[in-house]
Write a protein that binds this ligand. Structure first.
Ligand code: SAM
Length: 332
């Protein structure tokens, strides 16, 4: 079997699939308040069959993990159909979902039945007013109800991803640690990244990973120990405490990039295969598919695209080329 190896010897085994670039929240560090929010014509988006066909091609090329993301993936009405299709066509896949959980109460069960087992939920605060402010109108209660329902159904793990920002939600750090421990959720603190104008404008609130870890230690009253067994191919670094048996993850894309072990590419809802979160290198798969290319030709295009994957992002050195990229399109 051909596998996907890029020019720097990294094997690509993971694809993040954005099924829509629309979102029902407008987090102020992610989306502009109004205007320039993606709103494509129906035909601009990949169909369920097209997404499934591309994912199956990736699986034949050695990809084992597929994460559905967005925009908000639960806004896409045929999401469970997409997941089922991919799950039925391929064996032993690790299927996961990133969501803001506003619609999770309703969709948790069908998604579990379709084959999703792991969930990442974005939640920046447990304070309802602060949540409403950050998301520009979101309802915290709906999110919490969705999370508790997902726990009941049996998703495992459920990871809570919190973008930690100084003066915005860092008052919630300790609260989030205690709440996650109480409900058996895996908490990960994420450094704000300079992606899109909203992200770049929020960089003055950036909190480096080291500072977050020191605060966690202070709160728990124990030293954090790197959790070697948990350091997978992903960007998070995991830590645990000896006495309280608590774990925490940190994603530090800015203060310490992890590009050397990057194992992933991203498919946007309009069919662009993006080879790096922080750089433009990409190819279009939608038009060739609609022009009728064969499965073999599709696989060959994907293999060839690996030559374009850049060595690393340049978040700190050059923000110009990521000013107009949007997290809602790239899927995080
Ligand atoms: N709607 C889904 C969700 O909320 O998880 C998936 C898409 S959302 C764009 C994915 C993740 O990107 C969220 O956890 C969000 O907090 C994060 N994100 C958006 N802009 C960011 C930025 N500038 N820096 C760091 N994380 C960001």
């Amino acid at each position: 079997m051909t596998s996907l190896i890029d020019s720097f010897g990294r094997e690509i085994t993971y694809i993040r699939v954005s099924v829509t670039d629309k979102c029902d929240l407008r987090c102020d560090y992610c989306s502009p308040a109004k205007g320039v929010h993606p709103n494509g014509k129906y035909t601009e988006y990949l169909t369920a069959e097209e997404i499934s066909r591309i994912c199956s091609a990736f699986v034949r090329l050695g990809v084992k993990r597929i994460r559905f993301t967005g925009g908000e993936p639960l806004l896409r009405k045929d999401l469970t159909e997409i997941v089922s299709m991919i799950n039925q066509d391929n064996d032993n896949l690790d299927l996961s979902l990133s969501t803001n959980a506003t619609r999770l109460e309703r969709y948790a069960k069908p998604l579990y039945q379709a084959g999703i087992r792991r969930l990442n939920i974005s939640l920046d605060t447990l304070n309802a007013d602060e949540f409403n402010r950050i998301t520009r109108g979101g309802n915290l209660n709906k999110v919490l109800t969705g999370i508790y329902q997902a726990k009941k159904i049996g998703f495992d793990p459920i990871k809570i991803n919190t973008v930690m920002m100084r003066g915005v939600n860092d008052d919630q750090m300790e609260n989030l640690i205690d709440w996650s421990a109480k409900y058996g959720l895996e908490l990960r603190f994420i450094e704000i990244m300079p992606i899109g104008k909203s992200g770049i404008d929020s960089m003055n609130k950036h909190i480096p990973m080291q500072e977050m870890l020191e605060r966690v230690e202070k709160h728990l009253g124990e030293k954090l120990i790197p959790s070697i067994s948990r350091q997978g191919g992903g960007p998070a670094k995991y830590y645990r405490t000896e006495k309280k048996h608590l774990g925490i993850g940190v994603i530090s894309a800015v203060s310490q990039h992890f590009c050397a072990t990057c194992n992933r590419v991203r498919l946007t809802s309009r069919g662009t295969l993006a080879l790096c979160l922080g750089q433009e290198h990409s190819i279009d798969l939608r038009q060739p598919i609609r022009d009728g290319i064969s499965d073999n030709e599709l696989e060959a295009m994907i293999v060839k695209s690996m030559e374009l994957k850049p060595e690393r992002h340049f978040f700190n050195e050059n923000r110009k080329n990521i000013e107009f990229r949007q997290m809602v399109s790239l899927g995080g």
